[in-house]
Design a protein around this ligand. Structure first.
Ligand code: PMP
Length: 307
C-alpha cells in the first residue's frame, strides 16, 4: 500500500491526495498512452534533502513524451520546479517521486486525437523496493519466459505505461514461481534488463552490462558506470547470454527503486558465494554515500531543497 501524503501536483495545481482522480474513460487506462518517471529524494547526513539526478529524469520524461508523440506543454525545468513544490508541500525530506503524463478522456478510439494531456506528480515515503534484506543479502531471480521488447514493437527508450505490461507479466510469473525478480532476455535471447532495473555482472574484477540499444538508459546504471570507473574498475558494455550470468562472480540490478540490489541466484544457479558480492557491496556503499550528500565529488547529481 502506498503511504499517502497530502497533495499531488495535477495540471499545474497542488490538489488534495484524494481528489487527484480521473474518469474511467481516460484513454491511458485503455491503451497505455502514458509516460512516467520514478525518482528518489534522500535526506542527507547533513540534514539537507536532495533529489537524485532530477533534471535528467525530467529530460527523460520529456523525451519519452516525444517518442510516444504526446504534446507535452511543460518543459523539463518547469517539471523540476513542480517536483520540488510537491516535495515541499508534503513536507517530504525523502521519498519516491512519480511524475506521470497521460492522455485523458475524450474520444474513445485508439487515436489519442484531441484528448487532453494531463500531467501529475505524486510523492510519498517509500523504502527499499525489493526489501532491506534484498539490499543486504541479494535476491533470487529467474530468466523470464516472456521476451523483452523488440525495438520496433515497443519503444524501449520511452518509459511508457504500455511498455510495462511486459514487465508485469514477467514480474508476476517470477513471484508466482517463488523468485524475487525476473531477468528479461531480448528477442535474440540475449540478456536485456530486469522488469524495472538494469543489470550488471562481474567476472574476474571486470564489470559488464548489456549495451543500451534495447533497454532503458537508467540513471542508476549511468551513475554506477561512472562511479565504478572512478573506483578503478573496468566497465564493458557487452552482449551477453544468460549462461554468462550463471558463471559470473557477481550479478546485480540497478534502478531508482531497486537502487543497487545484489543477485545471489539465477535460475537456481548460485552466483559467487550466494550472497552480496564485494563489488556490489562497495558500489552500494559508495552510492548511498553519494545520495546522502557525503561525497562532494558527485554534488552535481544532487538537486537540494529545503523542508
Ligand atoms: N529499466 C527499466 C525497464 C526500468 O523501469 C528502470 C526504472 N526506471 C530502469 C531500467 C532503471 O532506470 P533508473 O536507474 O533511471 O531508475
Amino acid at each position: 500500500m502506498v503511504q499517502k501524503s497530502e497533495t499531488i501536483w495535477f495540471d499545474g495545481k497542488l490538489v488534495p491526495w484524494d481528489e487527484a482522480n480521473v474518469h474511467v474513460l481516460t484513454h491511458a487506462l485503455h491503451y497505455g498512452t502514458s509516460v512516467f518517471e520514478g525518482i528518489r529524494a534522500y535526506e542527507g547526513t547533513n540534514g539537507k534533502s536532495a533529489v537524485f539526478r532530477l533534471q535528467e529524469h525530467m529530460d527523460r520524461l520529456v523525451d519519452s513524451a516525444k517518442i510516444i508523440g504526446l504534446d507535452l506543454k511543460y518543459n523539463s525545468e518547469q517539471l523540476t520546479e513542480a517536483t520540488i513544490q510537491t516535495l515541499e508541500s508534503n513536507g517530504l525530506k525523502e521519498g519516491y517521486i512519480r511524475p506521470l503524463v497521460f492522455v485523458g478522456a475524450g474520444a474513445m478510439g485508439v487515436h489519442p486525437g484531441a484528448n487532453p494531456l494531463h500531467v501529475c506528480i505524486a510523492a510519498w515515503p517509500w523504502g527499499a523496493y525489493l526489501g532491506e534484506e534484498a539490499l543486504e543479502k541479494g535476491i533470487r531471480v529467474k530468466c523470464s519466459s516472456f521476451t523483452r521488447h523488440h525495438v520496433n514493437v515497443m519503444m524501449t527508450k520511452a518509459k511508457s505505461g504500455g511498455n510495462y505490461v511486459n514487465s508485469v507479466l514477467a514480474k508476476t510469473e517470477a513471484v508466482a514461481d517463488g523468485y524475487d525478480e525476473a531477468v528479461m532476455l531480448d528477442p535474440q535471447g540475449y540478456v536485456a534488463e530486469g522488469t524495472g532495473e538494469n543489470l550488471f555482472m562481474v567476472k574476474d574484477d571486470v564489470i559488464y552490462t548489456p549495451p543500451l540499444h534495447n533497454v532503458l538508459g537508467g540513471f542508476t546504471r549511468d551513475s554506477v558506470i561512472t562511479l565504478a570507473g572512478d573506483l578503478g574498475y573496468e566497465v564493458r558494455e557487452i552482449t551477453m547470454g544468460r549462461d554468462m550470468l550463471y558463471i559470473a562472480d557477481e550479478v546485480f540490478f540497478t534502478g531508482t527503486a531497486a537502487e543497487i540490489t545484489p543477485v545471489r541466484e539465477v535460475d537456481r544457479r548460485v552466483i559467487g558465494e550466494g550472497k552480496a558480492g564485494p563489488v556490489a557491496k562497495l558500489l552500494q556503499t559508495e552510492f548511498f554515500r553519494i545520495v546522502k550528500g557525503e561525497n562532494p565529488d558527485y554534488a552535481l547529481w544532487l538537486h537540494e531543497y529545503e523542508i
